[in-house]
Ligand binder design. Structure first.
Ligand SMILES: CC(C)(COP(=O)(O)OP(=O)(O)OC[C@H]1O[C@@H](n2cnc3c(N)ncnc32)[C@H](O)[C@@H]1OP(=O)(O)O)[C@@H](O)C(=O)NCCC(=O)NCCS
Length: 176
C-alpha cells in the first residue's frame, strides 16, 4: 500500500496531491496542495515528522527520512521542504530543511540539520554536510557543496516554471 500509517499517525495529503502507486509515504508526513511524488520514492516519517509544501515535486527514486529524538538531540531532526521546490531524481534528503523555490539537483544528498535557504540551485550530485546553511540566490555545487555564483534572472524564474510544469504533469497523471 502506498500511503501507510505508523503508530496510529497517517500521512495527510492536501487536495490534488499525486503520489505514484510505486512510491511509499509512511507516518507523520504532510503534503501540500498540488504536490507530487513520483515513482519509487520513499518518504518515511516514522521517528520524526516530514512536511512538504504546495506544488513541490519529489522526483523518481528520491528518499526522504528523519532522525529520531534522543538524549543529546531532544528534537531529533525533522525534514521540512517548502513550496514550489523541485527535488530531482534520486535525491536523499535526511533531517534537513529546504525553503521555498529551490531546485535540488539529481543525485544530491543533504544531511541532518542542513538548511537550504529559499532560491538555491543545488547542482546535480552535490553533498550538503550536516548543519551547513546554503545562502539563497546562489548556485551551490560539489561534494561538499560550495557557493559558485549568483543565479541569473532566468534561473530565478526557472524555480516557479519547474514547479508549475510538474503541477501540470501530475494533473495529466491524475486524469489517466
Ligand atoms: C550546475 C548546473 C546548473 C550548470 O551550471 P552552469 O553554470 O551552467 O555550469 P556549466 O554547465 O557551464 O559548467 C561549468 C563547469 O561546472 C561543471 N559542472 C556542471 N555541473 C556540475 C555538477 N553538477 N557537478 C560538478 N561540476 C559540474 C562543468 O563540467 C564545468 O566544468 P569545467 O569548467 O571544468 O569545464 C547543472 O550542470 C546542474 O547540475 N543542474 C541541475 C539539473 C538537475 O539536476 N535538475 C533536476 C531534475 S529536473
Amino acid at each position: 500500500m502506498t500511503i501507510r500509517s505508523f503508530k496510529g499517525i497517517s500521512p495527510k495529503l492536501a487536495s490534488r496531491v499525486f503520489v505514484d502507486e510505486s512510491a511509499v509515504v509512511i507516518g507523520d508526513v504532510e503534503l501540500g496542495e498540488d504536490a507530487s511524488v513520483w515513482p519509487m520514492c520513499s518518504i518515511r516519517g516514522d521517528v520524526n515528522l516530514i512536511r512538504i509544501g504546495a506544488r513541490t515535486n519529489i522526483q523518481d527514486g528520491s528518499v526522504i527520512h528523519v532522525t529520531h529524538r534522543y538524549g543529546s538531540l531532544p528534537e531529533g531532526h525533522a525534514t521540512r521542504i517548502g513550496s514550489d521546490v523541485t527535488v530531482g531524481h534520486k535525491v536523499m534528503l535526511h533531517g534537513c530543511t529546504v525553503e521555498d523555490m529551490c531546485l535540488i539537483g539529481m543525485g544530491s544528498t543533504v544531511l541532518d540539520g542542513a538548511i537550504i535557504r529559499s532560491r538555491v540551485l543545488l547542482g546535480a550530485g552535490s553533498l550538503v554536510p550536516e548543519g551547513k546553511e546554503l545562502e539563497g540566490g546562489y548556485l551551490w555545487l560539489g561534494r561538499p557543496a560550495k557557493k559558485v555564483r549568483e543565479l541569473t534572472d532566468d534561473e530565478l524564474k526557472w524555480f516557479q516554471y519547474s514547479a508549475i510544469h510538474y503541477v501540470k504533469l501530475k494533473n495529466d497523471y491524475l486524469g489517466e
